[in-house]
Structure formats: structure tokens, C-alpha cells
Design a binder for this molecule. Structure first.
Ligand code: HEC
Ligand code: HEC
Length: 400
């Protein structure tokens, strides 16, 4: 785009130079001519000369003048609507150029100004940050390598306003600092908007997202992945299934749901954004730095969402599914007696679908399909039993 601007500018310079040189040439030639004819204005002045006789003037000459005027009129009459027809396209182009400018500025902030790239990787592909954990008295506990989630599926999980909130305030108690002035950070709202414009450009397509998760599951248990995909396709083919909560939705067996749920709840790997797809990084203390389920008393950090052990007492199965499917919204109730903060991401729907500033128009699908969400829900509702077993079974819990 910059190259295009420079060519436009140089063309303008050339035209300007031609006009300037032409004008200078004309003035000089007129002056030279005028000087030679000094004193002869009386005979040579055009208004002193005999003009053509009427017969000649009102003949072909007049017709020629009228026709050429008519021709010019037609050109003007036609070109005005043409300009008008091209106007929406021109405006669209101008808007795009404008946006590209913002995206480019956002990219600069991402990779140079704020160095998001150091932790979140090139094009938001994920990374890690070294972090010192202290206890409540500020005493050193541990130095850890904290996974920074990939940001190339971010706009599926959080609405633009929620992303702005994360950027403004960061995640206290994690390596993610506050970036907005309101949160005590260095960046203006405009700069953070630019970063978001840039992040739109690196989002993966829905097909790519689905493929990565399916392949990750298949890498752990190929048969389970096959049954999962078959269930998904059976539901998609049933016109009566409106959503995962509808009566005719066909679910995997309980055993499959427990196994698939466990896999997805803690899904990790480079192809799945480090830990961008899992739940454990927010719901299990220590998970972001490889020490999941370590006692919350010794390491009080690293669990950003509530403990989910016992969640079956708090939410009905359908409420549970709905929350994981759409995520929470700031100030909006979920379940019977909880108020959301907007910080629980939605996994079943694209959080920006239908928003006017949804740049990619990727449609409604989220990063997990309904049978996957049901599996996670079933696994979470069984966590009390799993954790009780782990606690009574051995003293492994604190050690790993
Ligand atoms: C020092 C390392 C570091 C830098 C620099 C950094 N982040 Fe982060 N960021 C993290 C970590 C670690 C997390 C995960 C925190 C957690 O565990 O909740 C995170 C979380 C996030 C999240 C939430 C993602 C999610 O799915 O929960 C967003 C969005 C984000 N960062 C954007 C940015 C942007 C944009 C920048 C640059 C302006 C940036 N970060 C700079 C380390 C960093
Ligand atoms: C980026 C952090 C984050 C991730 C990732 C995340 N959650 Fe949450 N979750 C939260 C927060 C924060 C809340 C509390 C509600 C709120 O603040 O809106 C929450 C609440 C919940 C609740 C309700 C808990 C209660 O006691 O009210 C459930 C259930 C839940 N999450 C399930 C999940 C599942 C399943 C996943 C993975 C598919 C997941 N979460 C991934 C942050 C997260």
C-alpha cells in the first residue's frame, strides 16, 4: 500500500512538473513574442482585426462549435453518474486503506512497542514467560515458566469489549501486565484498538480450529476421535437438533464423555495454542506452569477462575452447558445465583459473530463443537469424585 502511495505521489510530481515547465515556457515565449511586436498593437491586437463575415461564421464553423460543445456536454453528463457509481467502491477502498493503517500500527505495537510477541509468539501463535511467584507476604516461592496462550483464536473466545478489558487491566498475579492507561499501563485506547485490529488479521479459520482440536484428540486416542466426529456429523444431519441443549441431541457414551472431557479440559500442545483451548489454565492452580492441582495454600496464584470441584452443586447440567457454550457476560446472571464478569470465555460460539466490527466474518461456530462441550461438562461434574480419589489414594498431590 505504501508502494502504491509513492507511485501515486510520483505521478502527481511528474504532472506538476510538466504543467510548471509548460507554463514557464508559455510565459517566456509570450514575452519574447510581445517584445518583437512592441508598438504594433494597433494593427495586431485581435479586437482590431476584421473578423470573419456573417455567412462564413454562421455556416459550418458555428455548427462545428455547437457540435463540439454538445459532445463535451454528453461527456460531462455521462461521467458524473459514472463517478457516482464508483463512489461506494472508492469509499470502501478508503476505509480498507484506513484499516490497514491501524492494523499496521497494531502490528508494530505487538512486535516492537509493547513486545507482546516475546510472550505470545509471532502472529499470536503462543509462547511462555518466566515468572517469580511469591506468597502473600511477598516472600519468594518459585520461579516458573508460565505459558502465554496463543492469541490466534482469541476473537472466538472473547468479544472485542472483553478483549479490551483484558488488555486494559492485564491479569494480576500472572506475567500478563496491564497495558491500558486506566489499568496503570502505558497505552492509550487508540493504541490498544490498533492491537485488536492487528489480532483480527491473525485469527485462524473455523475449519483450521476444528481440525487442530480433532487432530490433538486423535493423537491421544484415535478411536475416541472417530466416535466424536461421527456424533458431531449425526447431530449436524438431524434437522431437529437446533443446539446442543435440544432434546434430540445425540451424546457420546458417559465413558467417552469422561475421557474426552478430561482430554479437552487440560488440552495442551503447540498446535492448540499452548493452552489456549483448555479450561485448566484458569480453573486449576499451577496449571499454567506445569504444576496442576498443587495445593492452593502453598501457591496462591495462577487460578484465575473459580475452583470447579463441586460445580454440580452450583449449576444444573443445562445451565452448566449453556455457560461453557456462550461464556459469561459482565453483569449478567448465569445459573441460579451467579453474576458473570465477562472473563469466562465462550467455547461453543464465536463471541464476535454478528458484531459490526467482526472483521473476519467467520460465522457462529466457536472453538468446540456441542458434543465436545457436553464431554467437558460431564467431566467437570465428576471432578469431585476424581479429586476425592486422588486425595485419598496417595500423597502424590503436593509432590508433582
Ligand atoms: C511478559 C509476558 C507477556 C507480555 C509482554 C504480554 N502478555 Fe498477554 N499474557 C501473558 C500471559 C502469561 C497470559 C496468561 C495469563 C493467565 O494465565 O491468565 C496472557 C494473557 C493474555 C490475554 C488473555 C488471553 C486468554 O485467552 O485468556 C490476552 C488477550 C493478551 N495476553 C494479550 C496481550 C497483548 C495484546 C500484549 C501486548 C500488548 C500482551 N498480551 C503482552 C503474558 C504476556
Ligand atoms: C480465561 C480464563 C478462563 C478459561 C480459559 C475458562 N474459564 Fe471458566 N470461568 C472463568 C471465570 C473468570 C469464571 C467466573 C465467572 C465470571 O467471572 O464471569 C468462570 C466460571 C466458570 C464456571 C462456573 C463456575 C462457578 O462456580 O460459578 C464453569 C462451569 C466454567 N467456568 C467452566 C469452564 C470450562 C468448561 C472451560 C473450558 C472449556 C473454562 N471454564 C475455561 C475463567 C475461565
Amino acid at each position: 500500500m505504501i508502494a502504491l502511495m509513492t507511485t501515486q505521489r510520483s505521478v502527481a510530481y511528474v504532472i506538476g512538473a510538466v504543467i510548471f515547465i509548460g507554463a514557464a515556457f508559455f510565459i517566456v515565449s509570450q514575452m519574447v513574442k510581445g517584445r518583437a511586436e512592441l508598438g504594433s498593437e494597433i494593427e495586431l491586437a485581435p479586437n482590431r482585426k476584421q473578423y470573419l463575415p456573417d455567412e462564413e461564421l454562421e455556416g459550418p464553423k458555428l455548427n462545428a462549435a455547437l457540435w463540439s460543445a454538445f459532445g463535451l456536454l454528453i461527456i460531462v453528463a455521462l461521467s458524473l453518474p459514472l463517478v457516482w457509481l464508483g463512489e461506494p467502491g472508492r469509499e470502501e477502498g478508503a476505509r480498507k486503506d484506513f484499516l490497514h493503517t491501524f492494523e499496521h500500527r497494531g502490528e508494530l505495537l505487538y512486535s516492537e512497542g509493547a513486545q507482546c510477541v516475546k510472550c505470545h509468539g509471532p502472529e499470536g501463535s503462543g509462547g511462555a514467560a518466566s515468572f517469580v511467584i511469591t506468597d502473600e507476604n511477598g516472600k519468594y516461592v518459585d520461579t516458573v515458566n508460565w505459558t502465554a496462550p496463543a492469541l490466534d483464536t482469541l476473537m472466538y473466545r472473547f468479544s472485542k469489549a472483553e478483549v479490551m478489558d483484558i488488555l486494559n487491566y492485564g491479569r494480576p498475579g500472572t506475567p500478563m501486565p496491564a497495558w491500558g492507561v486506566v489499568g496503570g499501563g502505558p497505552n492509550t485506547v487508540q493504541q490498544l484498538n490498533n492491537v485488536i485490529e492487528y489480532l483480527w488479521t491473525v485469527q485462524l479459520s473455523p475449519e483450521e480450529v476444528r481440525k487442530r482440536v480433532d487432530e490433538a484428540v486423535a493423537g491421544i486416542d484415535a478411536d475416541l476421535a472417530e466416535r466424536m466426529i461421527a456424533t458431531r456429523e449425526a447431530n449436524a444431519a438431524n434437522a431437529n437438533v437446533i443446539d446442543g441443549n435440544s432434546e434430540e441431541f445425540e451424546r457420546l457414551s458417559i465413558a467417552d464423555e469422561l475421557q474426552l472431557g478430561e482430554i479437552l479440559f487440560s488440552l495442551k500442545g503447540d498446535s492448540v495454542g499452548g493452552n489456549a483451548f483448555n479450561c485448566s489454565r484458569c480453573h486449576v492452580a499451577g496449571d499454567s506452569y506445569g504444576k496442576p492441582w498443587e495445593s492452593i495454600d502453598t501457591i496462591a496464584r495462577g487460578r484465575f477462575g473459580p475452583d470447579l470441584v463441586g460445580i454440580e452443586q452450583n449449576l444444573t447440567e443445562k445451565q452448566h452447558y449453556a455457560l461453557v457454550f456462550t461464556g459469561s457476560e459482565a453483569g449478567k446472571q448465569y445459573g441460579a445465583s451467579n453474576i458473570g464478569s465477562g472473563r469466562m470465555p465462550g467455547f461453543g460460539v464465536n463471541a464476535n459473530n454478528g458484531a459490526t466490527d467482526d472483521r473476519r466474518k467467520f460465522g457462529p461456530a466457536g472453538i468446540y463443537s456441542p458434543e465436545q462441550i457436553w464431554a467437558i461438562v460431564t467431566y467437570e461434574r465428576n471432578l469431585s469424585a476424581v479429586r476425592a480419589g486422588a486425595a485419598s489414594g496417595s500423597s502424590k498431590d503436593g509432590g508433582q
